[in-house]
Design a protein around this ligand. Structure first.
Ligand code: PHE
Ligand code: CO
Length: 268
């Protein structure tokens, strides 16, 4: 989500197009960067069989992205034939309107740059590893892919309705930090979990955080913290369930809940 002022961001926004896209310039990545990406990929690969949802696990292999920072055009060709999605390179976080417009056209913006070695365990802004490993595999899943497209259109609508704060909480607690109840147990599908060395096990195994059944209005009223592991997760049954719960027109929902009190991230 792009509500951070560009001056605080570390990407290079000068050469970006009006839609904030840039060339990936894949040949400019160094051997050290490819190696760092590979180490990140290897660490997460040890965790995902136990903690990721089956849809993510089913999708990652076909992307053939374990050895080096992927070429976005090759990935887009694969996604396009499956769900109509493509990925576009961006300098980093982008403004809400540009972000929603990309999603509403089945384009997922991916940060071009990779974190530094000293950020192996934790990074504040999304980088290419988070964006790719966390977000891209699920774009091969037809239901997830359709849901994210609907979310993009819903974002443009929420801007007109001055409801971005409520819709951003939905994104946070689903696309970034969502859990799914499966036959194998609780599993992660949120990108911020899938790409995290520490939170991926924490979100499933640790007794501390609350894991609430998905409740649209509760989600839209729940604040979140961006600087530590989540206190609260919301659990869906399936992507069909998420699709169904988010299908209603949000206009009357926004109107009804915008003046209700919010829940703190760690509210009991
Ligand atoms: N149903 C939402 C609306 O009317 C749009 C939306 C769909 C938002 C899916 C999020 C996810 O605004
Ligand atoms: Co993300």
């Amino acid at each position: 989500m792009g509500s951070v002022p560009a001056s605080d961001l570390r990407g290079d926004y000068k050469g970006a197009a009006p839609d904030f896209s840039v060339e990936q310039n894949w040949h400019n990545y160094t051997a050290e960067e490819h190696a760092l990406y590979r180490r990140l990929f290897e660490r997460q690969s040890k965790l995902v069989p136990r903690y990721a949802c089956a849809e993510w696990i089913d999708a990652i292999g076909a992307l053939d992205a374990a050895h080096e920072i992927p070429r976005f055009d090759a990935i887009s060709r694969k996604l396009k034939s499956k769900t109509g999605w493509e990925i576009v390179a961006v300098p980093g976080l982008i403004p809400d309107d540009a972000f929603f417009s990309h999603l509403a056209n089945r384009r997922f913006p991916i940060t071009v740059w990779l974190r530094k070695p000293e950020e192996f365990d934790y990074i504040v802004e999304p980088d290419v590893f988070h964006d790719f490993f966390g977000h891209v595999p699920l774009l091969s899943d037809p239901t997830y892919a359709d849901h994210l497209y609907e979310y993009g259109k819903g974002g443009l609508k929420a801007m007109r309705l001055d409801a971005i704060t409520m819709l951003a909480r939905l994104y946070w607690y689903t696309i970034e930090f969502g859990l799914m109840q499966t036959e194998a147990g609780t599993r992660a599908y949120g990108a911020g979990l899938l790409s995290s060395g520490g939170e991926l096990a924490y979100c499933v195994d640790d007794p501390k955080p609350r894991r609430l059944p998905f409740d649209l209005e509760r989600v839209m009223r729940t604040e979140y913290r961006i600087d530590r592991y989540q206190d609260t997760y919301f659990v869906i049954d399936s992507f069909e369930h998420l699709m169904r719960e988010t299908a209603p027109d949000f206009t009357p929902i926004y109107a009804r809940i915008r003046s209700l009190p919010t829940f703190a991230a760690d509210a009991a």
